[in-house]
Design a protein around this ligand. Structure first.
Ligand code: IFM
Length: 767
């Protein structure tokens, strides 16, 4: 029987691409750093990466990207003088697994050299309890007596896409621990890695060789006897606000060593048990879907920002430096809902990140294009909120030339996406503290940006949003993109609601804010803009035109278009891209809007647009499938929804995604799709929609599923919801503070603390 809490393989394919993909599948992380699923003996060529969240660096004119730390998990052996490595030795047997329950990676490999075998078993985790800490248990067993040399320590040969980010690297020994410290190239930020080893069977000597800071232990092994040692490594950077990163790193590893492996592991496990207690989703009757969804949730949990860090989650999470480690709309629109419903303290960090980077968004508004007011958030946002997206963000593999893309200057929906998430947090938690600590300022500055961007068409008496890119990035510089206009309208609504709320509940804070950002005179304009902002409406067939004159574009099929490609990685948008003059779109756009604003459109409109746009959608972005899946559940195409749900949920566990767009390498994990998988399960098949007033559940379970069970938080109170084929059960936690209204299949019910509510309505009864 498949263990649905484990991902495993007994195959090792000694090829670069397979090693890269496996590095993603088996990665571990703890919000502070990610460690790719590579072997102990691997180095930069195998893309070993310990990517640190929230610290970025730039070298020369290359792209700015997150910093990878020196690898404190490094170990290499020789057996009777021969190097042991999966790359060069004979691998007799191999097995590896990732335990989703606690983010522990284990590999066991039997190597053969000189007529002898050595079995290497190593287990590692990044502490969920102490975010700077990594812990490894390493064992080796030879089948015959042998001379084994163990070199273990910190490898400073670092995998970088646009590095070398660490300069003035010093390799030292300090209080029995190895220490590597350096500063980042651009800002001179201090980074330190310490490592300590606990081996009872041999004496370690210190060696610095080939840019590695090592303990060397030589052992004459007895046949069949297992030799085990433990490694503790810690990464600290100046962002940790400690007096000395060097001292903090050394202290952390010594303390961990003193506590011991088992204690570190049990503390780590206790944290993981809490995470799953809040966040697991159970699908009864479909093991494949269960495992894929659980793996998706796992991917989100491992990269949830550390409390108090005000960090966010990059589009390729902590799987490396791909996409510059930047934060896109992916976070607010695809990952944030998961945290908001299950783990609000992490949702808070994601929003604090946007508050922290508000000044960057202001700078961008002022300097982008003709210059605007307010906050224009970075399309690719890093630590300071300045835009890491370049004007030439993709290379053409046919010509080798850089393509001018307008992602940075025209994908203006990003600001509204931020404002919407900020307001959702307030709506569903009822907690206004985030608004008061900067969220309201973010919202008003986003509205201010849109007002300065909007164009008033006098003859039509309406505001229009011109010259933008919607989610479909194949069509640049279009006018009145339905998605963008709707997001803009929603931003004005939210800004006006924020003003009304603050005036009523926090008049002093409101006055302070209005005077701080000098916005009083503009507030009535937001009210007018909310009313007069144009949003494209359905035509007589019910289809909403994606942007002005989209319907006039050339009709073709994805097959026809792809047949014209000269290079398999060719980008279909930008300039002369093949999709540009056609109706083929990259990803859900109108359908994304219908999903986001589901209350505003009837089923028939959703169906008409879904049927119109689906054949024209390439799903060239991992963000696309879940939007189509969710909208399909709304009008009853459950089989299609299921296929697209599986596509979304399996993206990272299967790792069959494309790894190049144009000339740009983008092989990493897909947390937005992972969030999309959770949303499709809970919002799509579960039919859950929370409003400021109540929680609505209109289930439409997939036929194969006996039940879907998940936890959710609403207004700070916890619920366990089980949706069966003909029954919905809601258990309100006994510790809840209030009773809330759940509207299940149209019936309004109250959930008092500790009460179990059971309602005879499920997918079948609705069908
Ligand atoms: O944000 C997305 C965008 O919508 C499509 N291209 C990839 C980006 C990062 O995932």
């Amino acid at each position: 029987m498949t263990n649905l809490w484990k991902v495993s393989t007994d195959t090792f394919v000694n090829e670069k691409e397979s090693i890269m993909r496996m590095g993603n599948v088996y990665q571990i992380a703890n919000g502070y750093m990610g460690y790719r699923g590579t072997f102990d003996e691997f180095g930069p060529d195998e893309l070993v990466g310990i990517t640190i969240a929230g610290i970025f660096d730039r070298v020369g004119d290359s792209w700015r990207e997150p910093v990878n730390a020196p690898n404190g998990g490094y170990t290499r052996l020789t057996l009777d003088g021969s190097e042991i490595s999966a790359l060069t030795s004979t691998v007799k047997k191999h097995a590896q697994n990732l335990n989703l329950e606690n983010a522990v990676f284990n590999r066991e490999t039997i190597y053969e050299a000189n007529g002898k075998t050595v079995t290497v078993n190593s287990t590692r985790f990044l502490s969920a309890d102490k975010p700077n800490l990594g812990v490894i248990k390493f064992s080796l067993t030879t089948d015959k007596a042998a001379k084994v040399k163990i070199s273990t320590g910190i490898d400073c040969n670092i995998w970088d896409l646009n590095g070398k980010h660490l300069v003035n690297l010093k390799l030292e020994q300090n209080e029995g621990a190895l220490l590597v410290h350096a500063v980042t190239n651009e800002l001179g930020k201090k980074v330190a890695v310490a490592e300590v080893v606990d081996a009872s069977f041999g004496k370690a000597t210190h060696e610095v060789k080939d840019n590695r800071n090592l303990h060397v232990i030589e052992v004459d092994t007895e046949a069949g006897k297992t030799y085990t040692f433990y490694k503790y490594f810690a990464v600290f950077t100046e962002n940790d606000h400690v007096a000395s990163v060097n001292e903090a790193a050394v202290k952390a590893v010594i303390e961990a060593k003193n506590a011991g492996y088992e204690k570190c592991l049990s503390n780590h496990n206790a944290e993981w048990a809490k995470k799953w207690a809040y966040c697991d989703v159970k699908i009864d009757g479909d093991d494949e879907a269960q495992q894929a969804l659980r793996y998706s949730i796992f991917q989100l949990l491992i990269v949830a920002p550390v409390n108090g860090s005000a960090n966010s989650i990059p589009a390729r999470a902590l799987s490396g430096q791909v996409y510059k480690g930047a934060i896109f709309w992916d976070t607010e629109m695809f990952m944030f809902p998961f945290f908001l419903y299950t783990y609000p303290e992490k949702a808070v960090e994601l929003m604090r990140y946007r508050i922290k980077t508000l000044d960057g968004a202001r700078r961008k508004a002022k300097t982008e294009s003709i210059g605007f007011e307010g906050a224009f958030y970075a399309w690719e946002s890093q630590d300071d909120g300045d835009d890491a997206c370049t004007y030439f963000n993709i290379g053409d593999p046919n010509t080798g030339r850089d393509l001018r893309t307008h992602f940075r200057d025209k994908q203006v929906h990003i600001s509204g996406d931020v404002a919407i998430a900020m307001w959702e947090y307030f709506k569903l938690t009822g907690d206004d503290s985030l608004l008061l600590e900067g969220g309201a300022e973010v919202i008003l500055e986003c509205a201010r940006f849109y007002f300065s961007y909007a164009y008033f068409q006098k003859n039509k008496n309406r505001y229009e949003i011109l010259d933008v890119i919607g989610p479909d990035e194949y069509h640049e510089r279009v006018n009145n993109n339905a998605f963008t206009n709707m997001v803009t309208k929603a931003t004005f609504e939210i800004a006006n609601a924020t003003v009304a709320y603050l005036k009523e509940k926090h008049p002093a804070a409101f006055t302070t804010l209005v005077s701080k950002i000098n916005i009083e005179k503009e507030l009535p304009l937001f009210v007018e803009a909310e009313k007069l902002l144009y949003v494209p409406q359905p035509n007589k067939e019910g289809v909403i035109e994606q942007f002005d004159a989209y319907f006039k574009l050339r009709e073709t099929t994805i097959k026809e278009l792809k047949a014209q490609m000269i290079h398999p990685n060719e980008y279909l948008g930008a300039g002369q891209g093949l999709a540009v003059p056609t109706k083929i779109i990259k990803q859900a756009d109108v359908v994304m809007m219908l999903n986001m604003f589901k209350d505003r459109y009837p089923k028939e409109i959703k169906k008409a647009n879904w049927e119109y746009y689906e054949p024209r959608t390439e799903h060239g972005s991992s963000l696309s499938a879940c939007a189509y899946a969710m909208v399909a559940t709304e009008f009853g195409n459950i089989d299609f929804a299921y296929d697209y749900f599986m596509r979304t949920a399996k993206i990272d566990i299967e790792a069959k995604y494309k790894v190049y767009v144009g000339t740009i390498f983008m092989g990493g994990s897909h947390p937005a799709a992972n969030g999309g998988a959770w949303m499709t399960a809970v919002f799509g098949f579960g039919g859950v929609q929370s409003t400021a007033k109540n929680v609505v559940i209109n289930p439409r379970l997939y036929k194969k599923w006996n039940s879907l069970q998940f936890n959710m938080i609403y207004k700070g109170d916890r619920f366990k919801v089980t949706i069966g084929q003909d029954k919905v059960e809601v258990i309100a936690d006994a510790a809840n503070k209030a009773s809330h209204t759940f509207v299940i299949s149209g019936q309004s019910l109250d959930t008092a603390p500790g009460k179990t509510l059971s309602h005879a309505a499920g997918a079948k009864s609705l069908a």
